[in-house]
Design a protein around this ligand. Structure first.
Ligand code: GMT
Length: 375
């Protein structure tokens, strides 16, 4: 099948999922066309089955806002015709589902029928999409998609609650390429980051408000009072600077390393002992799953789709949003007892295996067949 994948090319979870899905589909013999404004960050190599088409928005002085969805829908029409693409899979409703629908209508004028699958990822529904400025357009484009999927049951319920949805929503959870996390590096270069007696705690995100970055710092502050520890902060975003400031104020700057965005997440997780994800809301929590497959237990909030990924008392612990005391107590329960740590590490990995890419990609292939029948 020839599939166009539309996504954000950045470090965000939706772009990562779309890219990994495209790569896996290409490995299964499909021809994949990524259509977005920059080559996706996790798309290292293009190949016979993987193509990338850049969407350009020409600058024009009249445009106060650059019309990206117009450029995207035109690019989709051109690429579908040029490469005889069979199906559109758009990740993140705004503005991709809207642009995809316009492309579909333009192609229909020329006698070309193309099904569109829309995958909802979280903030496109919970934070941005439900804003009154966007809601009518988001509702319209979800309802006009041939098949809609959401990455968790929780996100499905949020979508049904926030929008007037006419059709079904299929839950297809995010996944993990297990083979990528089969570490062969010896000591994971742990010694470069911490001394032997120090535990390594990690947080990875886009450092937005929703991630509650100050909670990450405060939980670590409690941990390091009790045991020797280091905190690895991975990612970039508006909350990074305030977090660095907070570390300074708490006098823990020498124990916290801000690494910025990284393409070596597997290596960082390889030397991590514990992962912190105290988010305000999270439709799935892909970063937690990436930690778990590396054998890193997760201390998280119990919000949104996180409980569908991180199992309380098994792969880590869950607490109410903002309950820093409970989160630090749970973190110490795991970190202070080596036997307990080993037990949680093994269980985290085991739990992550449920989301093996080889189980989930065939589900998307089934979804594509369904889209053909609906179109
Ligand atoms: O977490 C973010 O802010 C990025 C966002 C995105 O759209 O890239 O992530 C969302 O999609 C991910 C992949 O499906 C999910 O794992 C994240 O939980 C979800 N983020 C939120 O719901 C806040």
């Amino acid at each position: 099948m020839k599939i166009a994948i539309v996504c954000y090319p950045t470090f965000g979870g939706s772009g990562v999922v779309a890219t990994e899905l495209g790569i896996a589909l290409a490995n299964r013999g499909h021809e994949i066309h990524f259509i977005t404004y920059k080559q996706p960050v996790r798309l290292a190599l293009l190949s016979e089955n993987i193509h990338f088409h850049e969407v350009n928005v020409p600058e024009y002085p009249l445009f106060h806002y650059q019309p990206y969805e117009l450029a995207l829908s035109s690019k989709l029409v051109d690429m579908v015709k040029l490469h005889h693409i069979d199906l559109l899979h758009v990740h993140y409703a705004i503005p991709h589902a809207y642009a995809g629908y316009m492309a579909k209508k333009m192609l229909a004028e020329e006698g070309i029928t193309i099904p569109m699958v829309t995958t909802l990822h979280g903030t496109d529904i919970t934070l941005v999409g439900s804003h009154p400025f966007y809601k009518p357009a988001v509702t319209f484009s979800i309802n006009k998609s041939d098949v809609v999927t959401s990455v968790s049951e929780s996100l499905k319920q949020d979508t049904l609650r926030l929008f007037d949805i006419k059709g079904e929503i299929d839950v297809v959870p995010n996944f993990i390429d297990v083979s990528k996390y089969d570490h062969t590096f010896t000591d994971c270069q742990r010694s470069m980051m911490a001394t032997e007696d120090e535990k390594i705690v990690t947080h990875i995100s886009n450092f937005r408000k929703v991630k509650r970055i100050d909670d990450v710092v405060k939980i670590f502050y409690e941990i390091q009072k009790e045991i020797p520890a280091k905190l690895m902060m991975v990612g970039e975003g508006p909350e990074r600077e305030p977090a660095e400031q907070l570390c300074e104020e708490l006098g823990i700057s020498n124990k916290v390393i801000f690494l910025g965005n990284s393409n070596e997440i597997d290596k960082i997780l390889c030397f991590s002992d514990l992962f912190l994800l105290p988010s305000e809301t999270e439709s799935f929590g892909l970063a937690a799953l990436e930690a778990m497959i590396s054998g890193v237990p997760v201390i998280s909030s119990n919000t949104g789709g996180i409980p569908e990924v991180n199992v309380d008392g098994v792969s880590g612990y869950l607490s109410n949003v903002g309950d820093i005391k409970d989160m630090s107590r749970n973190a110490l329960k795991i970190l202070q007892d080596d036997q307990e740590l080993e037990k949680f590490k093994a269980a985290a990995k085991e739990q992550a295996l449920q989301f093996d890419i080889n189980k989930i990609v065939p589900v998307y292939e089934f979804i594509y067949q369904k889209a053909f029948e609906m179109a």
